[in-house]
Design a protein around this ligand. Sequence first.
Ligand code: ZN
Ligand code: ZN
Length: 273
Amino acid sequence: MLRANYHTHTTFCDGDNAAEEMVQRALELGFEHLGFSGHMDEEIHMDWPAYTAEIARLRAAYAHDLDIICGVELDTLYDPSSCPGAEYVIGSTHYVDVDVPFSRAVDYSEEVSQRLCDECFGGDWYAMCRSYYELEAQVYDRLSCTFVGHFDLITRFNDQMRSFDEDDPRYMTPALEAMEHLVSQGVPFEINCGAHNRGRKAELYPRRSLLKALHDFGGQILINSDAHQTKVLNGSFDVAVQRAIACGFTHVNVLAHTPSDSVEMRQVPLDTL
Ligand SMILES: [Zn+2]
Ligand SMILES: [Zn+2]
């Protein structure tokens, strides 16, 4: 089993459990590394000094048992200077870049998604998806992120809404263009299990055909649970590992502290998990 997770939420943002409860669950699971990644975006942003102080306290308290890393899930449209000292950055695109007096998040609700599409894109879901991926393509330029979070979050409600066909070239072409561009910049992508492990979607992010494309572009992966509760800290990891192998990947990346206290990315063979 993969004994690490780098996409972990707590009560400092919208998680249900305290950071120390997540640490205790990681120890139960035999984890070697645990990365915290609280939200910093226009709707959910943490008390950054309080968060970093608590993660530093936990890192020291559990130093002999677990490598704890202080990261952030930074949104593409948020201020990168909001999280000084973050040891890694998940670059996540939660919004479309439009000016509306309500949430512009693509993962807020079915109603908000439909309203965004109707009011900003004339009801054309493919136009909204193209706009989303044009913004997504900028995530590394804007944030210099360590890896890309939930690449195809725009599909959050599509299992229920069936608003667009995820095999249609009008959807796939802008997604693939964004992906190829980001791979050319050398930034890895996470396989995000968060919607799958909460029963919200049948697919992981990125879904199968995009994950295969990521492999074929020469991309690299991490596997993360996007846990907001202790019970899913390793939720759907088995599915993600199988999916990665099926798409041709041989290694998954992990982050770890070095003896000199920096954080480096290492590769672990998938067939050892
Ligand atoms: Zn997110
Ligand atoms: Zn998250």
